[in-house]
Write a protein that binds this ligand. Structure first.
Ligand SMILES: [Zn+2]
Length: 676
């Protein structure tokens, strides 16, 4: 008996965590891959392929497999152990081999193509037509239309790319780990908070340098040093070490790897009939093409640059008055910015935390969702969970019908990875007249309550909670027929709209009044603090915006340029970054060689999405500001046109239905205070 292979005899068919052991995973995945193969075989037995027996059947194939796999990988992220990690190494290749088997199945593709070629005669709904396009494209984007030689070449390129991506990442990691800044005199620690000094002394001890302090290029060490260390020479030293990673001409240099990666990506795109790699990527994005992304970034740059320049001038002035500093450099920015921000706004976490007790804040999130969408939450201890700290809620819609199951897992544990995320155990879909409602989870790492003190959140944690809950709403309010087009299964540059827009409510008094009360006195958060939070959130927005745009421009330049023309990576980067430089460039430093987002991760030709999503969320929220942040009509329109629709239709169309027009950057420019 393997509980993963049985029907789940639990409330709402939730995952039977109480019955599952590590030994169940591998056999369940193996058996369900077999079942998925059988499903494909059955599909291929159809002598008259049509939309239902081929496209929908393919969509619904491997149901057990996807449930078992999502359960396994969700646990590997939220409650892992060595055994699960070992299993993941065994299970991942099985899954990618299986999905390759499907996408490379020539007979299956022929059948899909047969349906696709008759698309116009099929009388499909928009949603069905989207599914057909998506299915067909998943094959051709993987080379199904190529001849044998072309297919071989594509496999070859993919293999080389995955090796080069790994090597790029390994070089950055080695460069990060190889470097240490050793401090042996206490005076060089001036300015650093106690906790940071303590951590550095611990690192020193681990590295056999007891009695000294070691700082590294890892984020938790690098960022506080650049923000607080008053020794300017050491800041410069660490800054240069950080920004010369993998570009020093030794065996860990990434420049040749970058050129090879760009060559191969360009070849891959051309082979499949696209102009360049950006066109290949943007085909499945809300943004239409590279030209639209470039004009989007450049328009925003025009607006943000004057503000950014003014911010840097103010900062230079502040540094001059404070320390007689005459030439503000890049290694001074974080340091003086922190001090200037404190001087201007005096917002610190300790002041705000008493107003954001965790349980009250969760109630506030629920109350906000109820006011907007009429949905309600009830804890249900009958629903099995994977750890005693996890809570499970039954979610009902305004008519009292079951909408979803929501798991909430808030505190750090040794088996949980860092950060915060939303994920699903089961998606939403409709087959025949049977509807499957989703099981959604949000996982965070908030400060745990103690015997004497409840969990008090920093404001940053509050916005994180709202952000992840925004994703959860996208999942819970999903209303579609096909799981792969439902909920958060939307284009990448659209997926952060529901999450980011929800963050906006935590800056509004009307919303904060629902829950932000002092945990001891019950006194509501004072209005002057809300004002300060808003102002502090906009501090150096010009500078940050220009920085993000510079990375977006660099990414887009690499993936639209003719790779043969990129001879010197230093020179190429310098040229592209020129319009975004706010301070003197530092000779020998480079972003590209450690730009893992685009050369190792999945952000190639996608870095612009960060700003794109901000434009969308600010523009969409502006309508709520106009009509009232709890205006029912606006909320229902957002629910019906965006949240419930998932990926059924092109996001451009959905957005216009909600907003009545295409998105404009004006609201973001206003919100971020970029007008000078
Ligand atoms: Zn997000």
């Amino acid at each position: 008996m393997n509980p993963l292979l049985e029907n789940f005899n639990t409330p709402f068919e939730t995952a039977p965590f109480h019955l599952i052991n590590n030994e169940h995973f591998l056999p369940a995945i193996q058996a369900s891959i077999e079942m998925a193969r059988e499903d494909i075989k059955t599909i291929k037995e159809n002598s008259h392929p049509d939309f239902l027996n081929t496209i929908v059947a393919l969509e619904n194939s491997g149901e057990k497999l996807s449930r078992a796999a999502s359960l396994f990988f969700n646990l590997n992220a939220a409650e892992t152990n060595e055994e699960i990690q070992r299993l993941a190494k065994e299970i991942s290749p099985l899954l990618s081999a299986h999905s390759n088997d499907v996408l490379l199945d020539e007979d299956l593709f022929k059948q899909v193509k047969e349906v696709y070629d008759r698309k116009d005669q099929l009388n499909l709904s928009t949603e069905e037509s989207t599914l057909l396009d998506k299915t067909y494209k998943s094959f051709i984007r993987n080379g199904s239309l190529l001849d044998e030689a072309g297919k071989k070449k594509l496999r070859d390129i993919d293999q080389q790319l995955s090796m080069l991506g790994l090597q790029f990442g390994e070089n950055v990691l080695k460069e990060t780990n190889n470097y240490e800044l050793i401090i042996s005199e206490e005076k060089d620690l001036a300015g650093l908070p106690e906790g940071v000094v303590e951590a550095a002394s611990q690192v020193a001890e681990e590295k056999g340098k007891k009695g000294k302090w070691v700082f590294t290029l890892a984020f938790p060490s690098y960022i506080p040093f650049m923000t607080y260390a008053s020794n300017r020479d050491l800041r410069k030293k660490l800054f240069i070490a950080y920004n010369t990673k993998a570009c020093k001409g030794d065996q860990l240099d990434n420049q040749e790897i970058i050129k090879k990666i760009l060559q191969l990506k360009n070849q891959r795109a051309k082979l499949l009939g696209y102009d360049n790699f950006a066109s290949f990527v943007l085909e499945e994005r809300m943004a239409a093409d590279g030209a639209q992304v470039l004009s989007f970034l450049n328009e925003l740059l025009e607006k943000a640059r004057p503000k950014a320049k003014a911010e840097m001038a103010e900062l230079a002035d502040f540094a001059r008055k404070k320390d007689q500093l005459d030439d503000l450099q890049k290694w001074d920015v974080s340091y003086y910015a922190e001090k200037l921000k404190m001087k201007k706004y005096q917002v610190d976490d300790e002041l705000l935390k008493p107003y954001f007790e965790l349980n009250r804040t969760i109630e506030g999130v629920f109350a906000t969702a109820k006011k907007l969408y009429g949905i309600s939450f009830k804890e249900n201890p009958q629903i099995p969970v994977y750890h005693p700290e996890v809570k499970a809620y039954e979610v009902n819609d305004e008519r009292g019908n079951h909408l979803a199951v929501l798991y909430a897992d808030f505190f750090p544990r040794p088996g949980k990875r860092n950060g915060a995320w939303m994920t699903i155990y089961r998606g939403q879909k409709r087959t025949g007249n049977k509807e499957q409602r989703p099981h959604v989870s949000i996982v965070c790492n908030f400060t745990k309550p103690t015997k004497t003190k409840p969990s008090l959140l920093t404001f940053n944690e509050v916005t994180t909670l709202f952000h992840e809950f925004g994703h959860a709403l996208h999942g819970m309010l999903a209303d579609g027929n096909f799981e792969s087009l439902s909920g958060t299964n939307v284009y990448w540059d659209f997926v952060e709209l529901p999450s980011q827009i929800f963050e906006n409510w935590c800056y509004e008094k009307e919303c904060l009044d629902l829950f932000a009360k002092h945990y001891q006195t019950g006194e509501p958060i004072p209005e002057f603090l809300i004002e300060r939070i808003k102002k502090a959130a906009n501090f150096h927005q010009g500078y940050q915006t220009v920085r993000q745009i510079s990375l977006g421009l660099l990414d887009m330049a690499y993936h639209t340029a003719d790779p043969d023309k990129i001879e010197d990576v230093f020179a190429f980067e310098k040229e592209i970054m020129k319009p975004t430089e706010l301070l003197e460039p530092v000779a020998g430093t480079m972003m590209s060689a450690s730009f893992s987002h685009i050369f190792q991760g999945g952000y190639a030709a996608g870095y612009y999405s960060y700003k794109w999503a901000e434009v969308l969320d600010a523009d969409a929220f502006e309508l709520f500001l106009e009509k009232g942040i709890f205006d029912k009509e606006t909320a229902y329109s957002f629910r019906d046109n965006i949240l419930a629709m998932g990926g059924k239709e092109h996001p451009d169309v959905l957005y216009k239905k909600f907003r009545g027009r295409s998105p404009k950057p004006d609201a973001l420019i206003k919100r971020a205070g970029l007008l000078v």
